[in-house]
Design a binder for this molecule. Sequence first.
Ligand code: GTR
Length: 325
Amino acid sequence: MKNFVTLAAGLMVAASFMSSAASGQTVLKSSDTHPDGYPTVEGVKYFGELVKERTQGRYSVEVYHSAQLGEEKDTIEQVRSGVIELNRVSMAPFNGTVKESIVPALPYIFRSEEHMHKVMDGAVGDQIKEAFEPAGLVVLAFYDAGARSFYNKTKPINSVADMKGLKFRVIQSDIFVDMVAALGANATPMPYGEVYSGIETGVIDGAENNFPSYDTAKHAEVAKNYSLDEHTILPEVFVMNKAAFDKLKPEDQEIFKQAAKDSVAKQRELWAAKVAESRTNVEKLGAQITTPDKQGFIEAMAPVYEKHVKDDVLKKMVEDVKAVQ
Ligand code: GTR
């Protein structure tokens, strides 16, 4: 049923795209799992305004927020097949398809958000962008998603030992499954939209995410123990269907790229403000925030690196990331 709804939504989107193309004004569709006003939604909207202005209205963007077009995995298929032209998603669901996307998803690979920015804005970021092309996607931008940490309804986490036996929903990536296993807990990958009820009904004890997601998806209502272990500083990715991008005139391609670049600065600014706001919101909802000793978490991650950083390309990328000061 769910797939049917997603497919039907996709066909409607495709039909409206074709009709608008005939009038010389093309409306590009973009998906986002988050609600209106969330920094990623606003980042893509800002990109759309710049594109509209700079192409004199020949192109504009409509953001289908709040998972209107489906969960991330489904919308990734839609953008790869060209049913929609644009999509803003996390990097993690690409880990099984785009090998290089593994690197920024590795636990504790980045020393700080500044370090992540330098890496993603530099040569390693360019290498990751290129690696998306064979998957039929052009990366327009990397956006901020802060740090992800664990939260649960059962008990406060102060050390790795406290994680033992807990059941966590993770984002759909094997790295996250193995990371949770390495911490002595159990991982269940499931769509974002099912997490709230999963915690409420006890299918899972909790999940892992940044403050703005924990807040806006209302997970703080049902899982009040948030431990700032900050296991990943995982960027978001804003992608475009490659065939749709290749069809643009070269000067329009430049406009799209520059607008995306300009939207990054805007999204980062909105992100920083949202993190502070969301932290206040979840504390008001009764979230208890602990700060566990990170060293134990970092040391427990060795098996994840052993299993996932296998070939020379990935080994070199990890070294390159570490070398960025
Ligand atoms: C959020 C991210 C979403 C989605 C979600 C999840 O931080 O912005 O795109 O991936 O996490 O955990 O599914």
